[in-house]
Design a protein around this ligand. Structure first.
Ligand code: 3HC
Ligand code: NAI
Length: 700
């Protein structure tokens, strides 16, 4: 056997154990080890049946995702998993998969090639490949419909959702749920199975003729994962199981799998898979770095953000004080929280009891009473340096030593805020996104004196609050908003140059963004940027073009959805309607500024908006305000609705080719001037034929 797969015995039952920590992926050596074990099982007359189990109470998390990049870059596949699974399925003695933890992707495919499957009550099974931009590639789309029916199999392969053991039992994916000692239970099961005739999954054709509305499933998948090729191909492959023999279906699946594997979508989504884990890795932070226990929290301000942040704590079971300045503001804030929770109860997301328990964790008040007990205080008052410094000064005198003082500021300098205290090492930015109880991103903003334990705690707290935390540096707009500025600037410039408002939004929507940039402005409130621009007007370099239309819209009181009019008009259900007045006004404002009107194509709209993100992202990287390009990508995915199948702005640029991106940016510089000066890092990497991902790796 190999070190990764061990064969032991319990009497006449062979026990094949996969030991490939941390998740028992099917890395090179594992399929080979399973194959060798099965050959022994088949040839040894003393063995009656076998149990296939994973060490450390985990079955198999699937193929080794790291191997895919090796295959697409020309490396050789160690051994075809299909070949191994064929041997398992054709073994003359029953093989029982004993599932604890996860049987995902190739893990479930391995289990389905076994003759029986037993699972622990807490186990989960699933075919999550589409979340990596691929389809099951080792028989999943052919064996799963034979076990649970074609319609369910198509959904499981196209949506990628996990299924708990109890449901897997009902669906026919597993044969028995075993509570208690899994190995003992699976061995007993195998002993009984040894006396029964062998049934191969490939021969179980009964459920293939069940009715299935594939078109409806395709539509549902397209709605849930817009533009995702793998979801559609997974359905095609499951549908093929109803029309082809098992072997033909397997060959067809392999062809579709390869098409997906070599696509940019899968490269992007695999980048995201590893990126989501990479962002948690921070130089200097180790397992030994202390984490400050957060048992009690306080939030200052119960407005849009403070209310949402307080909900995050209550949702995580952490008691939270909510402080306001007036009873009216406090009542308004709490009423919004209550309304949000009630809506969730109405939608059946959780029960009234859960809502009541969460509300009971909140202590609304107008004073600092109890702040001395808080382990973290998050300030979310109006955006103004003087006010924030006053509050941090007050907190410094009240809050216990060792507690974290965090600001939710979106633009202000964390170091200056920290200077109002005598403990700048405990001051940090926790930049939530609106609505804070919904959006998954948390930018943890590191001040120059913020300590590693404080950063470590905030990163981990993010996880507890169901967020993806990304560490960012203390520059204007941090990472996300700093890049969003040029992106939205270009959207506005394009409209001022003659593109229509819906055309700009449609191009970005078709690219995969959750919303177009102008509609996003209407949602967030156009007045927010307008106020910031007024505040920082004195910092603007003279002679540099500024967008005019949005400020003019604000002058007309058109702040977006909140006033019912912005770039669009909104009906009572907040549906956007194109407003012809806007086009006429923008044309007039542009003419007054001497901006030439012209036809603008979709390619230019896309490149100007997305490359504006990329160019600013490259500057952020070079200036050290993001640790890696993948951190920027994760910020964009979770904070700004960037499509996962594009991998984030930096990965998208890598996939287009930095030479092409750089050349286009140089063109824009010629046409539009210094706002488009290429970032030096982009220029360097483009000229070297390199990528942002390679740059990340070169820095360790
Ligand atoms: N291949 C390679 N590495 C993997 C992996 C896999 N399938 N699954 C997890 N890892 C790595 C992670 O990158 C991480 O590495 P790190 O510590 O260096 O950052 C480590 O294992 C631990 O992973 P998690 O932090 O995610 O551990 P959790 O305990 O939180 O979650 C899990 C476990 C639910 C199994 C989760 O890791 C997961 O969802 N994994 C991916 C499952 C998947 O997508 N499987 C399908 C693969 S494609 C396939 O099988 C194709 C087939 O059809 C041929
Ligand atoms: P908001 O105006 O909705 O709420 C601010 C609240 O703070 C008000 O209810 C106000 O009464 C209260 N407040 C003011 N002074 C106070 C004090 N001394 N003590 C207690 N409460 C006080 O503002 P919003 O949008 O919630 O913004 C709060 C902070 O979050 C700002 O720094 C903003 O830049 C930032 N932010 C805002 C985002 C958004 O989309 N609205 C997104 C991310 C960050």
């Amino acid at each position: 056997m190999s070190e990764l797969v061990q064969l032991t015995r319990d009497g006449e039952i062979a026990i094949i154990t996969i030991q490939n920590p941390p998740v028992n992926a099917l890395s090179p050596g594992v399929p080979e080890g399973i194959l060798a074990s099965i050959e022994t099982v088949a040839s040894d007359d003393a063995i009656q049946a076998a149990v296939l189990i994973g060490a450390n109470r985990r079955f198999i998390a699937g193929a080794d995702i790291k191997e895919f990049a090796k295959i697409t870059s020309g490396g050789k596949r160690s051994i075809g998993l299909n070949e191994v699974l064929d041997k398992v399925e054709n073994c003359s003695k029953p093989v029982v998969a004993a599932i604890e933890g996860h049987a995902f992707g190739g893990g479930l495919e391995t289990a389905m090639a076994c003759h029986y499957r037993v699972a622990a009550p807490s186990a989960q099974v699933g075919q999550p490949e589409c979340k990596l931009g691929i389809i099951p590639g080792a028989g999943g789309t052919q064996r799963l419909p034979r076990l649970c029916g074609v319609a369910k199999a198509a959904e499981l392969c196209a949506f990628g959702d996990p299924v708990k053991a109890s449901e897997a039992l009902t669906l026919g994916i597993v044969d028995q749920v075993i509570a208690g000692d899994m190995l003992a239970g699976a061995v007993a099961f195998a002993r009984e199975a040894a006396a029964k005739p062998l049934i191969r999954t490939r021969d179980r054709n009964g459920k293939l003729s069940e009715a299935a509305d594939f078109d409806a499933i395709r539509k549902a998948a397209a709605k849930r994962s817009r533009n995702l090729m793998a979801a559609q191909k997974a359905i095609d492959s499951v549908e093929a199981s109803t029309k082809m023999s098992f072997d033909e279906g397997l060959a067809n699946e392999q062809k579709l799998f390869m098409e997906c594997l070599y696509s940019d979508q899968s490269k992007a989504m695999i980048h995201v898979f590893f990126g989501e884990r990479e962002v948690a890795k921070i130089p200097g932070i180790t397992k030994e770095t202390p984490v400050i226990p957060i048992a009690a929290a306080a939030v200052i301000g119960a407005g849009t953000m403070g209310g949402g942040i307080a909900m995050c704590f209550a949702n995580a079971g952490i008691p939270v004080i909510v402080k306001e300045t007036t009873q009216e503001a406090l009542d308004r804030g709490l009423a919004t929280i209550r309304k949000n929770y009630s809506n969730s109860v109405k939608k059946g997301r959780f029960s009234q009891e859960v809502m009541d328990a969460r509300m009971a964790l909140m202590t609304p008040q107008l004073t600092y009473d109890g702040f001395e007990k808080a382990d973290i205080v998050i300030e979310a008052v109006f955006e103004g340096m003087a006010l924030k410094k006053q509050i941090f000064g007050e907190l410094d005198g009240i809050v216990k030593q060792g507690a974290i003082l965090a600001s939710n500021t979106s633009t202000l300098n964390i170091d200056e805020i920290a200077s109002a205290t005598k403990r700048p090492e405990f001051v940090v930015g926790t930049h939530f996104f609106s609505p804070a109880n919904v959006m998954k991103l948390l930018e943890v903003v590191r001040g120059k004196e913020t300590s590693l334990p404080v950063i470590n705690t905030c990163m981990q707290l993010g996880k507890k609050l169901a967020k993806v935390s990304v560490l960012v540096g203390n520059c204007f707009g941090f990472v996300g908003n700093r890049m969003f500025g040029p992106y939205r600037r270009e959207a506005q410039f394009l409209v001022e140059e003659g593109a229509s408002v819906p055309a700009v939004d449609q191009v970005l929507y078709n690219f995969g963004m959750a919303m177009g940039p102008l509609a996003t402005g209407d949602l967030a409130g156009l007045d927010v940027g307008w106020r910031i621009r007024k505040e920082i007007a004195h910092l603007q370099k003279p002679g540099i073009r500024q967008p005019v239309a949005e400020d003019q819209l604000c002058e007309k009181g058109r702040y977006g959805q909140k006033t019912g009019v912005g770039w669009y008009k909104y009906d009572e259900n907040r549906n956007a309607v194109v407003d012809p007045d806007v086009a006429a006004w923008v044309k007039q404002w542009a003419t007054e500024k001497g901006i030439e009107q012209r036809e603008i194509g979709a390619d230019e709209i896309l490149d100007r908006c997305i490359y504006a993100l990329v160019n600013e992202g490259a500057r952020i990287l070079e200036e050290g305000f993001a640790l890696r390009s993948v951190d920027i990508d994760i910020v964009y995915l979770y904070g700004y609705g960037f499509p996962a199948y594009r991998g984030g702005p930096m990965k998208y640029a890598d996939l287009v080719g930095l030479d092409k991106v750089y050349a286009r940016i140089c063109e824009f510089e010629k046409q539009h001037g210094e706002l488009w000066r290429p970032a030096p890092l982009l220029e360097k990497l483009a000229k070297e034929g390199s990528t942002f991902s390679a740059w990340d790796k070169s820095r360790g």
